[in-house]
Design a protein around this ligand. Structure first.
Ligand code: NAI
Length: 333
């Protein structure tokens, strides 16, 4: 067994964290031989609830979990962490404008960026889940100049998992047989779920392209895209609460792949600081297909994109530029 690592989850008293903490603490993310010290950050009014979460973590009697540190102090929360799940964010309240929501979140992610910069391990891997996730990740990285920009990512894995599940359902195959579905752009309704590079394992050792297997391009460009784009809203309509279990599973998948790498020929989608690949705007956090090895991601280059894809990428890229401009105005930069 190695030495315990320190991992922080913010929004630790919230819905997503309630599923995510269990997944992390039982070894789904960092493996069955990696002991953990979990730092749990939430805001002062939530400390009572957080106490209950700590009790439950204790009561799970998880062998990998060496210590739990509940706190409302970002200094304590971010001290020496090697992985940060930034889940906590200001939720949209009734009557709240998009701008007000962004302003509240810019403030949170600026403060957390500054705290990561000062107190976290310099190689900390940061996953932003709290919305607007892409722009929050960008702001966070800007206020943590001593940590490489590559270490800040936003979660689009839930969208990827949703897309994979839609394709598996359509083909009546297990979800594990589907790979290389891409989410491009923003984690918002402008995202582009793209199955055109997807693969389907039909029988042992034999792969088909998703397009061949589905043989219905019109469906892939309409029903499939819209179902994935609107899946979050559908869950809210049905559950009266937003996706939590699936969001936690996606956060766990994202960080696990970042630490362990992707297997040969496979890629996953992550919001990362754009280098302008595929004609996207530079320096926004844009979701791309990436491969990962040695804990470093690399954008998959040179996938062919047709006119439909180019248009979709342009729309979601524009939205990210607008969000960045609004966020920078709020900061006064
Ligand atoms: P929730 O409202 O149940 O929990 C959020 C928690 O964050 C609360 O306990 C709150 O007190 C805490 N919090 C607020 N400000 C904080 C701060 N400054 N520091 C630390 N904690 C803070 O919300 P839920 O369902 O857990 O969702 C969390 C976020 O994840 C939301 O922004 C939601 O929109 C987003 N989300 C993102 C997804 C993605 O795919 N990227 C998918 C689903 C949700």
């Amino acid at each position: 067994m190695s030495e315990p690592i320190r991992v922080v989850v913010t929004g630790a008293a919230g819905q997503i964290a309630y599923s995510l903490l269990y997944m992390i603490a039982k070894g789904d993310v960092f493996g069955p031989n990696q002991p953990l010290i979990l730092h749990l950050l939430d805001i002062p009014p939530m400390m009572g609830v957080l106490e209950g979460v700590v009790m439950e973590l204790d009561d799970c009697a998880l062998p990998l979990l060496r210590q739990v540190v509940p706190t409302a102090d970002p200094i304590v929360a971010f001290k020496d962490v090697v992985a940060a799940f930034l889940v906590g964010a200001m939720p949209r309240k009734q009557g709240m404008e998009r701008k007000d929501l962004l302003a509240a979140n810019v403030k949170i992610f600026k403060e957390q960026g500054e705290a990561l910069d000062k107190y976290a391990n310099k190689d900390v891997k940061v996953l932003v889940v709290g919305n607007p996730a892409n722009t929050n990740a960008l702001i966070c990285s800007q206020f943590a100049p001593s940590i490489p920009k590559e270490n800040f990512t936003a979660m689009t894995r839930l969208d990827q998992n949703r897309a994979q599940a839609q394709i598996a359902g359509k083909l009546n195959l297990p979800v594990a047989n589907i790979s290389n579905i891409i989410i491009w752009g923003n984690h918002s309704s402008t995202q582009f779920p793209d199955a055109s590079h997807g693969k389907v394992r039909v029988n042992e050792g034999k792969d088909l392209s998703v397009r061949e297997a589905i043989s219905d391009d019109a469906w892939l460009r309409s029903v499939f895209v819209e179902t994935v784009q609107k899946r979050g809203a559908s869950v809210i309509n049905a559950r009266k609460m937003s996706s939590a279990m699936s969001a936690a599973k996606a956060a766990s998948d994202h960080m696990r792949d970042w630490f362990n790498g992707t297997s040969s020929g496979k890629f996953v989608s992550m919001g990362v600081v754009s280098d302008g690949s595929y004609g996207t705007p530079k320096d926004v956090v844009f979701s791309f297909p990436v491969t990962i090895s040695n804990k470093k991601w690399e954008i998959v280059k040179d996938l062919p994109t047709d006119d439909f894809a180019k248009k979709m990428l342009e729309t979601t890229g524009k939205e990210l530029e607008e969000e960045r401009a609004e966020a920078l105005t709020i900061i006064g930069a």
